[in-house]
Design a protein around this ligand. Structure first.
Ligand code: 4AD
Ligand code: MG
Length: 429
């Protein structure tokens, strides 16, 4: 008999044979009977190891094995309402593959301790469900790009351009030259639209953020798209369609994960186009009416973003931010003060999940804005070439995968949306 997944063993009927393997999740000992809950990647099942029903050696080992020991089990399925999943295995064989040492993680542990032991804490049910959800979301996003004629591309994360500003860039010595870890793949994606028209990529992005917040990682997975012949309004349409597609799919196909994480699938079913669009200047008025001390030109913090989505059950766009507060590549609006951009804010105060814009085509305007940031113009000549050789109106956007997961999974902190979070002063393990 082959090994089967616990999920499949749980579907079997009274008296059927089962053969599973995994790790000891919980254990309880009586005199002649040991209750062992075993976990694999698909679920948990209770195993009953009874003296006399298995070899003497197997019983001794079952008694000795601590949690997280790896085991192989053969036995007979018994239906029992009290067992998790309504079935248990009465073991005929209980083989310990590796006896675990005393597991350092017990029930109540500090956040720092769990981060120090992240490599072990990743076995927890919560992080497992989050990782499964993330994998599904990536699959759905891929489907959507595929159906909408986007090509996946693989840009470098080593660059000489600090597209999102010099303040949050990691620099390093690249054989005697100064290079950066990329903050965005955008500029490379822009180069690729001239052959492929619609492209997307998933790369790590790096931000040397000095702030310690629940929404910032130093390294995050950045999902970016760039589209030829598309202006700001159509760019927003693509984004709201993509996010709605993902929410609908997650609501239907990730019920187990959502339920465990405390997210009602109905919340996500409500996410459908169109999303509300608010101009930055009107957002400022709304915030002032809500009692915030904020003026035209000021950036939004978490409380502002939360106030703007109050009462909304799906994301909203805030558009036309002041040019000074945004990157050099965003197209200036006709008023020359604001830019053709849109931030997508998730409901419930999860904040900005997407930043996007139409791209500037005027080289002089970009140079002027780059100089204000103290950038080395020479390193941008290749980028200006894109405007020199057959430039077209184009737009794109960047989605922070972990920000999206935070919202979908109702996470308190972004660190739990990625297996090995890179945080201020933490790169271990
Ligand atoms: O708004 P940002 O900085 O935009 C860009 O980088 C554009 N070049 C993207 C593009 O148009 N191709 O970042 C995009 C998104 C944000 O909306 C946010 O979701 C996420 O990236 N993000 C972060 N996520 C986690 N930790 C951080 N420190 C993040 N900084 C940005
Ligand atoms: Mg942004």
């Amino acid at each position: 008999m082959e090994f089967e997944k616990i999920r499949d063993a749980l579907k079997k009927g009274e008296g059927e044979k089962a053969k599973i393997r995994g790790w000891i999740y919980r254990k309880r000992k009586g005199g002649k009977i040991i209750f062992v809950v075993v976990r694999d990647s698909t679920g948990i099942i209770q195993v009953i190891v009874e003296k006399g029903k298995v070899a003497e050696e197997d019983f001794k080992n079952a008694k000795k094995a601590l949690i997280e020991s790896s085991v192989e089990v053969e036995g007979i399925i018994h239906e029992d309402e009290r067992a998790p999943g309504g079935r248990e295995i009465h073991a005929t064989k209980f083989n310990v593959i590796s006896f675990a040492e005393e597991f350092p993680i017990t029930e109540y542990q500090s956040v720092e301790f769990l981060l120090d032991n992240r490599h072990l804490w990743l076995r927890s049910r919560k992080l497992t469900e989050v990782m499964k959800l993330k994998a599904k979301v990536l699959k759905f996003i891929r489907e959507w790009f595929d159906e909408n004629e986007f090509w996946e591309v693989t840009p470098s994360v080593i660059t000489m351009n600090a597209a999102e500003g010099g303040a949050t860039v990691f620099s390093f010595d690249y054989f005697g030259q100064k290079a950066y870890l990329s903050q965005t793949a955008q500029m490379y994606l822009e180069a690729l639209i001239f052959s492929l028209e619609r492209v997307w990529s998933l790369t790590p992005s790096f931000r040397a953020e000095k702030s310690r917040t629940r929404r910032h990682l130093i390294e995050y997975w950045h999902l970016e798209a760039e589209e030829a012949w598309v202006r700001n309004e159509e760019n927003m349409k693509l984004q709201e369609e993509m996010i709605s597609y993902v929410c609908q799919k997650v609501a239907k196909e990730c019920k187990e994960q959502l339920e465990f994480l405390g997210r009602d699938p109905k919340d996500l079913m409500a996410v459908e186009p169109p999303f509300k669009r608010i101009k930055y200047k009107d957002a400022i008025k709304i915030l002032q009416e809500k009692g915030f001390d904020i003026q035209w030109g000021d950036d939004f913090g978490a409380p502002h973003e939360k106030a703007l989505v109050e009462g909304e059950d799906k994301p909203i766009f805030v558009t036309h931010f002041p040019a000074e507060s945004k990157a050099f590549y965003m197209k200036l609006s006709p008023d020359k003060k604001s830019v053709e951009c849109a931030d997508m804010l998730a409901p419930e105060g999860y904040g900005e999940i997407i930043g996007g814009s139409e791209r500037e085509e005027d080289i002089e305007s970009m140079i002027e804005r780059l100089k204000k940031d103290g950038a080395n113009i020479e390193n941008y000549q290749w980028y200006f070439d894109l405007r020199r050789y057959g430039s077209v109106p184009h737009s794109g956007f960047g989605l922070g995968m972990e920000r999206l997961i935070c919202w979908l999974a109702k996470l308190e902190h972004i660190r739990d949306a990625t297996p090995f979070p890179r945080l201020l002063r933490r790169a271990y393990p």
